[in-house]
Design a protein around this ligand. Structure first.
Ligand code: TRP
Length: 361
C-alpha cells in the first residue's frame, strides 16, 4: 500500500516556533526522507471559518502567511502538494455523507471540540459548522487516502474520530476508505511548547509567541523577557529546570554541537541543567545561549522567507497548482465513496436494467 501523508493548519495567524518543532520540522524531514509516495499539506481555510465566520478577511490574509511559513521552513512544492482546503469541493460532499455515521453525543465528547468550545465561550451558541468540523477533518484525511497524519498532540481526538468514521463507513458500505495513523513528534518538549510567559500554550491572543517571521531583534527581545523559575532570584540560588520555559525551549531546539560553538564551557544540555539546578548559573547567560540557538534555527528560515516574499504571485501559483492536483485525488475518492454507497445511479447499468425489467411486464 502506498504511504501517504496529509496534514494541515488553519490560516488564522502566522506560524510560530511551537508549530515548527511540533510539526513543520518533522514534515520537512518526512518530505526529504523519500519514503512517502505522496505528501499533501493543506491550508485549512474552510475549517478556520468554522470559528471565524465573521472574520473572513483574517482567514484570507493569513493564507499567504502560512504558505510563506511553509516554504521558508523547507516544504518543497516539487515534493509536497500544497493546497487550499476550500478549493476542493469534494471535501464537502464527503463530509455530508460522513455526517450520517457520527452521533451528536460522540461529537460532544470529542475533547478537542470540548476545550475549544470553552476557550471560545461558545457554550450557549455553538456554530453547527464548528461543532461538526471533526467530520470535515475526517473528509480532509480520507479524501487523500492518507496513511499517516503528522500532527500535534491536541489533534489526537480528531484522528481517533476519523478512524471511527473510516471503520463505520467500511463496515456499512464495504472496504473503501483508509484508516490513518497519527505521527507525533518523538521529542517530548516538542509536543507542546509553552509560551514565552510560561503559559501552557503559545497563542496569538495571549501575545506569548515567537513567530517564524519575527526579526532577529524581536526574537532576542522575546527570549530575554522569557519567564523562568520565579524562585531563582540570585545567580547563586538553585534553579528548577522542570517546567522552566527556557529549558523546555532548549530541550526542543538545542543540538549538542551548538555548545561547542556558543557555550563551550558545557559539553551538553545535561551539564548546563545540572549547573542551573545546583545554583551559580544566571538566567541571563542561559537566555543568551537560547537566543543563539534560536537564531541559528530561524535565520535560514527567515532568509528563505525574504526570498519568497519577493515573489508572492509565484506562491499563489504553487497553491493553485497544488489545489488542482489535490482535487483530482479527492474526486477519485469521492467517486469510490459514491460507488460503495451505490449513489452512482447513472454509471450503474445494472440498476437501470433491473428497474427497466421490473416495469417491462
Ligand atoms: N485541525 C488542524 C489544526 O487546528 C488543522 C487541520 C485541518 C488538519 N484539517 C486537517 C490537520 C487534516 C491534520 C489533518 O491545526
Amino acid at each position: 500500500m502506498s504511504k501517504i501523508i496529509l496534514t494541515g493548519d488553519r490560516p488564522t495567524g502566522r506560524l510560530h516556533v511551537g508549530h515548527y518543532v511540533g510539526s513543520l520540522k518533522g514534515r520537512v524531514a518526512l518530505q526529504n526522507s523519500g519514503i512517502y509516495d505522496k505528501i499533501f499539506i493543506m491550508i485549512a481555510d474552510a475549517q478556520a471559518l468554522t470559528d471565524n465566520a465573521e472574520q473572513p478577511e483574517k482567514v484570507r490574509q493569513n493564507i499567504i502567511e502560512v504558505a510563506l511559513d511553509y516554504l521558508s521552513c523547507g516544504l518543497d512544492p516539487r515534493k509536497s502538494t500544497l493546497l487550499i482546503q476550500s478549493q476542493i469541493p469534494e471535501l464537502c460532499e464527503l463530509s455530508f455523507y460522513y455526517m450520517n455515521l457520527v452521533t451528536v453525543s460522540r461529537l460532544q465528547r470529542n475533547p478537542t471540540v470540548k476545550s475549544e468550545i470553552q476557550m471560545r465561550n461558545f457554550e450557549a451558541s455553538i456554530p453547527v459548522g464548528f461543532f461538526t468540523y471533526p467530520i470535515s477533518q475526517a473528509a480532509d484525511i480520507t479524501a487523500f487516502k492518507a496513511t499517516t497524519v503528522p500532527v500535534g498532540e491536541d489533534q489526537l481526538p480528531m484522528i481517533e474520530q476519523t478512524k471511527e468514521i473510516v471503520r463505520k463507513f467500511n463496515s456499512v458500505y464495504g472496504d473503501t476508505l483508509v484508516e490513518p495513523d497519527v505521527l507525533l513528534p518523538d521529542n517530548k518538549a516538542c509536543l507542546r511548547l509553552p509560551g514565552i510567559d510560561g503559559k501552557a500554550k503559545m497563542s496569538k491572543s495571549l501575545n506569548n509567541c515567537i513567530y517564524l517571521s519575527d526579526t532577529e531583534e524581536d526574537v532576542r527581545k522575546k527570549v530575554m523577557s522569557m519567564f523562568t523559575d520565579p524562585n531563582h532570584l540570585q545567580v547563586s540560588d538553585p534553579g528548577r529546570v522542570e517546567g522552566n520555559p527556557v529549558f523546555i525551549y532548549l530541550d526542543a531546539f538545542c543540538e549538542t554541537d551548538m555548545f561547542a560553538e556558543y557555550l563551550p564551557d558545557y559539553a551538553n544540555l545535561d551539564e548546563l541543567k545540572a549547573h542551573y539546578t545546583r545554583g551559580g548559573l544566571g538566567d541571563v547567560k542561559v537566555k543568551k545561549f537560547l537566543n543563539k540557538v534560536l537564531q541559528e534555527v530561524l535565520s535560514p528560515i527567515r532568509a528563505r522567507r525574504k526570498e519568497w516574499e519577493q515573489n508572492i504571485p509565484a506562491v499563489y501559483e504553487i497553491l493553485r497548482e497544488g489545489s488542482l492536483a489535490a482535487r483530482e485525488v479527492a474526486a477519485q475518492t469521492l467517486s469510490d465513496v459514491k460507488n460503495s454507497m451505490k449513489i452512482n445511479y447513472f454509471d450503474d447499468q445494472a440498476l437501470i436494467t433491473e428497474q427497466a425489467q421490473k416495469y417491462a411486464q
